[in-house]
Design a protein around this ligand. Structure first.
Ligand code: FES
Length: 127
């Protein structure tokens, strides 16, 4: 019997999140994968990103913030985070949020809940 990940043609670790069409341009969506709150974002050119949903300046959901190009701005105090690497680009946040691998298979979004970039800037590699 095939495991779900094999049936969908994705590596182990990736979990199906939702239909890709549910994520609208510049409208972040909060999801939970393996107990972690993650903001899924589609930017204005259609690129998809998955970053930690909790702002590192306060306990605020980044998915309620604002997308501009490849950044996500926290609605509370305006810190902007890079959607590509999770780093804060403006104060008052100075710690990065984790970034997760995301892929689309058969119009479904899959996210690997093991961060690519973590708060301590270590880069995780997978085979
Ligand atoms: S809580 Fe996000 S910038 Fe302050």
């Amino acid at each position: 019997m095939l495991r779900l990940s094999q049936e969908w043609g994705v590596k182990l670790g990736f979990e199906r999140v939702c239909d890709a069409a549910k994520v609208q341009v510049n409208t972040p969506m909060k999801v939970e994968v393996a107990g972690q709150a993650i903001a899924v974002v589609r930017d204005s050119v259609g690129e998809l990103y998955a970053i930690g949903d909790t702002c590192t300046h306060g306990d605020v959901s980044l998915s309620e913030g604002f997308v501009e190009d490849d950044t996500l701005e926290c609605w509370a105090h305006g810190a902007k985070f890079s959607l590509k690497i999770g780093h804060p680009l403006t104060l008052p946040a100075y710690e990065p949020v984790p970034v997760y691998a995301i892929k689309i298979v058969d119009e479904q979004i899959f996210i690997d809940p093991t961060p690519i970039f973590k708060e301590n800037n270590n880069v995780h590699t997978r085979n």
